[in-house]
Design a protein around this ligand. Structure first.
Ligand SMILES: Cc1cc2nc3c(=O)[nH]c(=O)nc-3n(C[C@H](O)[C@H](O)[C@H](O)COP(=O)(O)OP(=O)(O)OC[C@H]3O[C@@H](n4cnc5c(N)ncnc54)[C@H](O)[C@@H]3O)c2cc1C
Length: 370
């Protein structure tokens, strides 16, 4: 595990952000590109990957902030699947300022907070979920500054395991927000490629992008979400995957012409209850009709995000250049899709574009690895 003696946020809302460009899938004109992507927040951290040691701090603030840890209580932990849960946390002390801190982050793009594991004095980053029509948070909870997280339990992981064992009511300290990626205001299309809990930033990106919808600006997001198990995305049905043709029992026996008795699998009747994350995605779709598409891929069903799937997903995008591909998930997933991120001089950098997205040679898309 990588460890570091001190930690600084990738970019906090309070800290000055140093701009860099997204990796791009095309070779754009330097002039237009520099203007377009200069608003992207700098991502450089001394704490990421496996996480970081925390320097002890004696100060504590009632309001979430990037410099000191704020105390929250675990309100509930609801299992989403065998390996993941939905956590709801409420600030221990009421603070009217939390609303403004969260709101500024939501409007900026994708953000995270760092949780502290007090016994080991280490921290890990987690991604707050936005509130949608499917959210079960009460108005009181929302007013009290509750935050929700979708966290996978790594059976050998220090912090995720700790979070899955503490009792409801226990104290959890966190600090942030840390801006992981600013979504430029003029963004029209996002393709979000998510693996596992990488769906949390996809919900954030969708929430931030779509809340900018107006009569003459209807941005769109297409999410490709890969999971190991069906259980991880129970109840999710893809919007754009064509049903697989199957031979009718009759043709199987008598070899009749497929054109006559090939049948299409009817969309699966929803028997299993939808996971809370699938419900959140559905709520986003209902709230912004025609602007959200989600396709599910499941390892155990042998469905994978292929080059063809990515090509298809970007087909309907506008010709204009304000298009962004975001990739989020486990390290190996990001490396496979877009090449690994790099560590240099104590900072986490994007690294060159590689992997499947590079091979696709898509024109006009900015790429950001989360
Ligand atoms: C910006 C950001 C946002 C994130 N958001 C979320 C989120 O919303 N939800 C979520 O679930 N996760 C999220 N993560 C991932 C999260 O931060 C943690 O990395 C994850 O929970 C694992 O942490 P851990 O302490 O449980 O595991 P760790 O203790 O860090 O271990 C991780 C794995 O590495 C192995 N390992 C550890 N040390 C060694 C070693 N020396 N040699 C070999 N193997 C080793 C462990 O066995 C384990 O399998 C996010 C990460 C980032 C960077």
């Amino acid at each position: 595990m990588n460890t570091f003696s001190s930690i600084r946020c990738r970019s906090s809302l309070r800290a000055a952000a140093q701009p860099v460009r997204y990796a791009s899938t095309s070779t754009p004109s330097p002039k237009s590109n520099s203007r377009r992507w200069l608003s992207i927040a700098f991502v450089g951290a001394t704490a990421a990957g496996a996480g970081a040691y925390i320097r002890s701090q004696n100060t504590s603030s009632a309001t979430l902030n990037p410099d000191t840890f704020t105390k929250y209580s675990l309100v509930s932990r609801e299992p989403v699947s065998a390996t993941s849960s939905l956590f709801t946390l409420r600030p221990r002390q009421p603070s009217d300022s939390n609303y403004d801190v969260y709101e500024e982050a939501w409007q900026t793009g994708v953000w995270s907070v760092m949780f502290k594991q007090p016994q080991l004095q280490i921290g890990r980053d987690y991604t707050p979920l936005p509130t949608t029509a499917a959210t079960t948070l009460s108005v009181d909870d929302e007013n009290e500054g509750c935050l929700r997280f979708f966290i996978r339990k790594d059976p050998f992981g220090e912090v995720s395991r700790y979070l899955h064992t503490i009792a409801v009511g226990a104290e959890v300290e966190m600090r942030g927000p840390k801006i992981e990626c600013t979504i430029p205001k003029d963004t029209k299309d996002i393709l979000f490629i998510a693996g596992g809990t990488g769906i949390a930033p996809a919900l954030q990106a969708g929430y931030s992008l779509l809340s900018r919808t107006s009569a003459d600006h209807r941005p769109k997001i297409h999410i490709l979400w890969a999971n190991r198990l069906k259980d991880d995305c129970a109840g999710g049905h893809s919007d754009s995957l064509k049903p697989q043709p199957r031979r009718g029992w009759f043709s199987g026996w008598f070899g009749s012409s497929p054109s006559r008795d090939t049948v299409w699998d009817a969309p699966a009747v929803e028997q299993e209850p939808s996971s809370v994350i699938v419900r959140e995605l559905e709520a986003l779709k209902s709230q912004y009709p025609g602007q959200v598409t989600v396709d599910y891929y499941v390892d155990e069903e042998n469905t994978f995000i292929t080059k063809e799937a990515i090509r298809k997903a970007i087909e309907p995008a506008s010709e204009e250049a304000n298009k962004l591909i975001l990739v989020s998930g486990p390290e190996g997933f990001i490396s496979y899709m877009a090449g690994p991120k790099l560590w240099a001089q104590g900072q986490e950098l994007q690294g060159p574009l590689n992997g499947v997205i590079k091979q696709l040679d898509l024109k006009g898309w900015g790429v950001w690895k989360l």
